[in-house]
Design a protein around this ligand. Sequence first.
Ligand code: ZN
Ligand code: ZN
Length: 330
Amino acid sequence: MKAAIFDTARTDPGSYVRIGEVPRPDLEAGHVLLRVVACGVCRTDLHIVEGDLPPVRPQLIPGHQIVGEVVDGQTAELPLGTRVGVSWMGGVDGECRYCRHGMENLCDNPTFTGYTVNGGYAEYALVRADFAFPLPAGLDDVHVAPLLCAGIIGYRSLRVAGVEHGERVGLFGFGSSASLAITILQSWNCEVYVATRGAGHRELASSLGAAWVGKEDDTPPVKLDRAVTFAPSGKVVVSALASLRKGGVVAINAIHLDQMPAFDYDKLLWGERQIRSVANMTREDARQFLAIAHSLNIRPQVTAFPLDEANRALAAVKEETARGSAVIVP
Ligand SMILES: [Zn+2]
Ligand SMILES: [Zn+2]
């Protein structure tokens, strides 16, 4: 089968992955084989191919927002032909203290799709059957793909930030994940304040009804109840913290940050303000979010790229030039 293969970390957007032929994966117990019909490109993919996340395999097929059709290994729940989605969390051990206490996102022995196992930048992907989610009809393959990580983890971020209906919420960075989260916030009657770097992202935030839109370093005109940061920058976390009321929470939706700058505890964290990270997702997050996305009719903006142009898709995420989310179509 054709696949985009990552060998060695590089920062040159033209050569992150190479397109080549690899054997189609053999079916394994507890797994289903998918014919991939679309795979979203996530910033985490960029962290993998640029080496911000350490390599864990000599060769890897990235991609963890997989939309595919079951072509082998069918089960009662997933008959042949079922359209399913697969996300970053590709499996857990089910036995560690985190799994036993409803925190499978923190599992001690996790499988990460497109990182510890091969992902969806390919014609076929082998995935654990119990981590494949049947997808609601209504959204086509390309538009449903960004929901699978950007959407689910964006939704989890709102919960980690403790957002309540009617609150003032800041979104710092406005890529794929934030542009999906804003629709949920609006359905909760929240006022949304967006600070982001790219002019295109600011336009998108305005067009989606943000109450206020500013540049990366601008401070929202009101104190916020909650903030979620999406940019992989510690500086942005500090500016989010500086915009909070007492008792407010910043949730960091980033698997990797450049670094956390020093900040003034007395002014910024005192007053029971909190900083929390958002790690991975649970299957319950996925089910809840997919149901909400269906009921709110969330339709991401996407730019599609053929598999041969996987490097161009990754570069579009890096340079924030993709309109909405980048999606690879094998
Ligand atoms: Zn576990
Ligand atoms: Zn992701």
